[in-house]
Design a protein around this ligand. Sequence first.
Ligand SMILES: [Zn+2]
Length: 288
Amino acid sequence: MSVPKPTRRQMTHLIGVALTTAPALSCQAAFALTRHKGHGQVSRKAPAVIGNATPPRPVIMLDPGHGGKDPGAIGVSGTYEKHIAAAAARELYHQIKAAGRYDVVMTRADDHFIPLEGRVDLAHRHKAQLFISMHADALHDPAVRGASVYTLSNGASDAQTASLAQTENSADRFAGPAFHGMSSEVQNILASLVHEETRRGSAHMAASVVSAFQPRIGLLHHPARHAAFVVLKSADIPSVLVEMGFMSNRHDEAALRQAAYRQQVAGAMSAAIDRYFQGAGTNIARSG
Ligand SMILES: [Zn+2]
């Protein structure tokens, strides 16, 4: 007797259930879910292109961090991270639109709160091929400045990134009691649900951001870092979180307040997106 394969929607739901009940799941169960979803992936293959039909443009989901009741970090001179994130994402949105090579959507176009899980859901709903979360958080050390890019992993690359992930993940405290208490065990399970292919895509995008930023935007020392960021947990959409600078540093804050600087950051991110999709054509598609 053959058992019908679950649809993509059912699997997304299943994984959602797995995540909400995650503390009760053993690592083995989480692994089984990962493999199971892998089998259901046939539907991801694009239909054959017949004649001169142009394939659909890739969809990019931009995610300005925080919003509404969650201001994000507050800069040394009082700037809210949520406003910087939204302004930079809007600039990037317009640049991508103008170039006409991709479709682009934003998780929020105005100042409202979205829980982290909701941001990932939106990316799935829009069938995004790339998810970019945009931030300008604060660090304990006000001297640290420069841009950096983060991918998901169950272990943090360094203590600074671990504490950054903890701050970012705590954004859901604004969402009410249902979202409280993301234990490190749950975060490990989140990370283990991510497909290897997605992981490679995220790493490729992070490397593209670093190379595109290098000549024009100041970077943090070791700018490509990783930790268990909940907003990057999509199992099948390569995802990165870009810290465009830090609100805790007065130079970064002053720069990010300027539209001209945000244009430069968005320009570098557009170049990174091009680099990513050019590479995706040769490396990622072949491995998928
Ligand atoms: Zn943030």
